[in-house]
Ligand binder design. Structure first.
Ligand SMILES: [Fe+2]
Length: 200
């Protein structure tokens, strides 16, 4: 079965005014769809097209050599956006006690965590992502370029922020910092807690 776009669990305008409806519509129905279609195109005939995309991204070096880069880019784009939508919306606007405790332990405080995450999001030169991941049992913040995914290097994503211009340019133009600050108003902390527990 080819990959399909996951259903969005919120309406395009649900994140207003922090992430506007037009950006959500274009981001989901155009950008994400293109990654999905291209992931299917480049995986067809490789023997990997029936595997979950996360498994494919964990085994990029096993793909035919000419497919590794396009699958890393488009398969990564498909998977990263699948994740990203789950971290938005919902009605939990603060971390669970478990997650809060882990963030305090790893970064010192919620404010320090946010500051470090924002620095990763702002410091990513060009297109990419900021992540909170679990790596060897520890929480870490990292950046990835383009559509590289932390799962390809064995890390478990707990939160993600897309900092490609397509994620914010319609509303924020060059003001990535404003978009990054606004992100905290729409984080679905229930999903962070769910992944944190699953990764324990
Ligand atoms: Fe994106």
């Amino acid at each position: 079965m080819p990959y399909t776009l996951p259903k969005l669990l919120f309406s395009y305008d649900a994140l207003e005014p922090h992430i506007d409806a037009k950006t959500m519509e274009v981001h989901y129905s155009k950008h994400h769809r293109t990654y999905c279609d291209n992931a299917n195109k480049f995986l067809a005939g490789t023997g990997w097209e029936e595997k979950p995309i996360e498994e494919v991204l964990k085994n990029l070096d096993k793909l035919p050599e000419d497919k590794r880069t396009p699958v890393r880019n488009h398969g990564g784009g498909y998977f990263n956006h699948n994740l990203f939508w789950t971290f938005l919306g919902g009605d939990s606007r603060s971390p669970s006690a478990d997650v809060q405790g882990a963030l305090d332990g790893a970064f010192g405080s919620m404010d320090a965590f946010r500051e470090k995450f924002e620095a990763a999001a702002l410091g990513q030169f060009g297109s990419g992502w900021a992540w909170l991941v679990k790596n060897d049992g520890k929480l870490e913040i990292l950046q990835t370029a383009n559509q590289d995914s932390p799962v390809s290097s064995g890390k478990v994503p707990l939160l993600a922020l897309d900092v490609w211009e397509h994620a914010y340019y319609l509303k924020y133009q060059n003001r990535r910092a404003d978009y990054v600050k606004a992100f905290w108003n729409v984080v679905n902390w229930n999903e962070v807690a769910r992944r944190f527990t699953a990764a324990a």
